[in-house]
Design a protein around this ligand. Sequence first.
Ligand code: NAD
Ligand code: UDP
Length: 321
Amino acid sequence: MRILITGGAGFIGSHLCDRLLDDGHEVIAMDNLITGHLRNIAHLRDNERFQFIRHDVTHYIEVSEKLDAILHLASLPSPVDYLEMPIKTLKVGALGTHNALGLAKAKGARFLLASTSEVYGDPKIHPQPETYWGNVNPVGPRGVYDESKRFAEAMTMAYHRAHSVPTRIARIFNTFGERMRLDDGRVVPNFICQALLGEPLTVYDQGRRTRAFCYVSDMVEGMVRLLLSDYAEPVNLGNPQEMTILEFAHRVLQVTGSDSEITFVRPKDERTRDDPHVRQPDISLARQVLDWAPQVSLEQGLRRSLSWFQNRLQEEGLLKH
Ligand code: NAD
Ligand code: UDP
């Protein structure tokens, strides 16, 4: 297949490029590099089956070649980024998704939307099954991301129903691994970098909120299986191993062997407003439809990511060799 990946220079997008090239496909990564980076795909430069197009998907997307599939990942998924760039966040979820779907229709390509557990907002049902409609504050600071993805899901289903585009919706829960931006503000890069630098781990709200973290290779496997399936309704992808953020901080200290302290802080901006109190994927549907479940434990995933974070901190001159 020839596959377009929007957001292909980002964290998950670049891992998908690697995987789909390994599977023998042709891959076009499209990205405006707003949060992604060319370093994530630099190793693919000489691959004849790979090309990169720098483009903002909120503008009309032109691809001259035939396309068999589009994976639409372009987005601003870190709370720090979407609080800073609320309008760009809404535009990429709405206009960007519309453009990517229009391209899928024109090319007769199948389409996969990278949606999110944030469509469930601060959930009243726990763990979250796909049948839950969610509890989102549309006018709160997180609303720009959550509503852009909810709109994107609605638009995807509309193209499926009205234009018979073969669409797939992956509801991605917290995913981590190599190539996350050091300063993207999400809890995994924050805690790993703080632990490696011997700085205090910044735990918000006493660390009582819960999350469940999925290693990137498991996520990529789930997304590829979903793309190749014929299931058009949303499917949760994530690791159900739930823990409090305080517990997660201790796991990071354990794996890194760091003697950093844990500090309880209250961020000055609005990043913790409407912060979901709990989050855990119900992955029964993914097990049943995709025969998929995560294989990598949190500890294994953290260990695999560690040397990459170490190298990046050294490259930035923040950590001595
Ligand atoms: P990321 O920030 O590394 O990747 C997003 C990419 O999209 C970046 O490379 C960015 O430059 C690009 N982008 C943003 N706006 C664009 C635009 N207008 N035009 C072209 N490119 C644009 O983040 P990620 O964690 O790899 O997320 C990938 C996808 O997975 C996103 O759609 C995100 O919403 C979804 N997701 C991720 C997680 C997670 O925990 N990592 C959780 C839920 C959903
Ligand atoms: N968090 C934290 N310290 C940090 C960064 C995040 O305690 O330095 C908390 C945050 O308040 C949330 C959880 O960790 O409860 C996960 O946050 P993240 O930004 O990774 O993504 P989210 O799951 O909220 O989209």
